[in-house]
Structures are given as C-alpha cells and as structure tokens.
Design a protein around this ligand. Structure first.
Ligand SMILES: [Zn+2]
Ligand SMILES: [Zn+2]
Length: 151
C-alpha cells in the first residue's frame, strides 16, 4: 500500500504580506452567491475552499485585519493590499474558509455546488452542471440541484 500523501496547499494575498500553508486535504469547495460574498469580493460570487483550521499555518499575522461580517462570521483581510485571505465562522469553529482566488495552482478538490443562488447577481448566469442550492437560507435544493453531477 502507498503512503497517503499529505497535500500542502499554499495561499497568499496579492502583496505577499500574508501567507497561508495548509497541510491537510480540503473538506469541500463551493461557490457562494450570497450578498456578503458578492460585496466583499467585488465579484459575481466567491469560491470557498474549506480546510481543517488546525492544519493552517499563518505567516504575517501583523498584516491581518479582521472584520465581523455577521455575529458568526469573521473575515480576514490583508491590511496592505485588501485581499481577502480567510474566514472563520463560529458555527463551525474547526473549519477555515479560504477564497479560491488566493490559492496557488490547482485547487485540492473540484467545486461541488453553488449556494445562495436565489441571491446571485442578476447579470450572472450559472453555466456549469453543478448542483444549485438557494432559498432564503441559501442551502435549500433548487430545480438544478436534482441533476447528478458527473463524477
Ligand atoms: Zn497583501
Ligand atoms: Zn457567501
């Protein structure tokens, strides 16, 4: 039997002051279309890669600014360049969410679904076959969630 490889994912802000090394596999990769993700990214949606928080090694802590986006969600940005580097949610304290755009190279997993599609930007069309969830809470199945993703 082969030893399982511990993949290390690296991520960093635009200016390089904040760096993350995550020595664990990703738990999931999803696209989030909620208003918070749209506004804070300045884009149509944010792709999140979630990891076990304990596996994250942070360099450049002094350059990290925190913002309480909601009572549960704390988003972390680079003070110098403004890049969003990671997010913590007190409802899932063992998880850290890293925006996919900050990650170097290939993602550790492929995106598996879209969430908060009822809140998505009016001008954006979802053109992939991934499952879609929406409704007020963002996680309710929609018609598109019935499709079986090809594996
Ligand atoms: Zn930076
Ligand atoms: Zn979101």
């Amino acid at each position: 039997m082969q030893e399982p490889q511990t993949a290390v994912t690296s991520a960093q802000c635009y200016c390089g002051a904040v760096k993350l090394l995550i020595a664990a596999g990703a738990k999931s990769v999803i696209h989030c279309h909620c208003g918070q993700c749209r506004r804070l990214s300045g884009s149509a949606f944010t792709t999140w890669v979630s990891f076990p928080k304990l596996a994250m090694e942070l360099t450049g802590q002094e350059s990290v600014a925190e913002y309480n986006a909601t009572t549960n969600v704390k988003r972390h940005f680079c003070r110098s360049c403004g890049s969003h580097v990671y997010t913590l949610d007190s409802r899932a304290p063992e998880i850290v969410g890293v925006p996919a755009g900050a990650i170097e190279g290939e993602l550790p997993k492929q995106p598996k679904a879209h969430y908060f599609v009822s809140h998505k930007a009016a001008w954006h069309s979802i053109c992939d076959p991934l499952r879609q969830f929406g409704g007020e809470l963002g996680f309710e199945p929609t018609a598109a969630s019935q499709e079986t993703p090809s594996k």
